[in-house]
Design a protein. Structure first.
Length: 271
């Protein structure tokens, strides 16, 4: 039986993600422009990123005023309840800026430092993914309806479809491209969606055999990592380590270890 607190956190996260997703989908201005940059001139923030984070933190604070926050667009407070919300209000900002449909709202709730609830809302697909620690992962969507999630059946690495992403710092992305060049002949193929949250949801839904990326922040992967794990995927970073900025991997149990070993051999975690 789901812990009543976790059920309440899930309901609040789902509502916040739904509202933020609707704002981003329906409120996107025709003349949307870059409001700021982050790690490089091509790592952008739009006014809609900021508006969506404000909506999410405002709604959560109405219901749980003493919780903490960690948000991509600046929300940061420790809180006093042991609950911290880790928020990416718009994962895939460059896609959104260009009018591409692959972007998501990602909201996770941590309890005493451990992620217990995760929600990934993908408005342009009409899909929402969610998980509670120890209770499995589920999705709702116009195409497939409501369903329990399960990662793909076992397949060897050379038949695996794997997604990745690239950093916005030139030196880092150049190295990532070299790793991808070396690894792609050993896989079925590589995909690149532009949203870590979407990629992790797709691993959970069985649409990908695996995903890896270097340079992710906690808000990029907190919700999606839990959803993937609760759908039966394995997640981690370098051997024996959890996902981190050095390296994050999510894959089916059959693909995870050989993919992790290749990424270690190819130095995917450093320049």
């Amino acid at each position: 039986m789901t812990d009543p607190l976790h059920a309440d956190l899930l309901a609040l996260a789902r509502e916040a993600a739904r509202r933020a997703g609707a704002l981003l989908r329906d409120g996107r201005p025709a003349d949307l422009a870059v409001a700021a940059t982050k790690s490089s001139p091509i790592d952008v923030v739009t006014e809609m990123d900021i508006a969506a984070e404000k909506l999410i933190t405002g709604l959560i604070s109405e219901h749980r005023p003493h919780d903490g926050f960690l948000g991509e667009e600046g929300a940061a407070s420790p809180g006093s309840t042991g609950i911290r919300w880790v928020i990416d209000p718009l994962d895939g900002t460059v896609n959104y800026l260009y009018g591409l449909p692959t972007w998501a709202v990602s909201i996770a709730a941590e309890q005493d430092g451990e992620t217990v609830v995760g929600v990934v809302e993908i408005p342009m697909r009409g899909e929402s993914y969610h998980a509670v620690r120890g209770r499995g992962a589920r999705a709702t969507g116009a195409r497939d309806g409501e369903r329990e999630l399960s990662c793909r059946a076992p397949a060897p690495l050379d038949q695996a479809l794997v997604s990745t992403g690239f950093n916005y710092v030139t030196e880092v992305r150049t190295h990532q491209a070299e790793v991808a060049r070396r690894i792609v002949p050993l896989l079925r193929d590589i995909r690149r969606s532009g949203s870590a949250a979407v990629d992790l949801a797709d691993v959970a839904a069985g649409r990908l055999d695996g995903y890896y990326e270097r340079g992710l922040h906690p808000w990029d992967l907190a919700a999606g990592d839990l959803i993937a794990r609760e759908a039966g995927a394995l997640t981690g970073g370098r051997p024996g380590e959890p996902p981190s900025r050095d390296l994050a991997i999510a894959a089916t149990p059959a693909v995870f270890e050989p993919l992790q070993r290749l990424l270690e051999d190819f130095g995917a975690w450093h320049d």
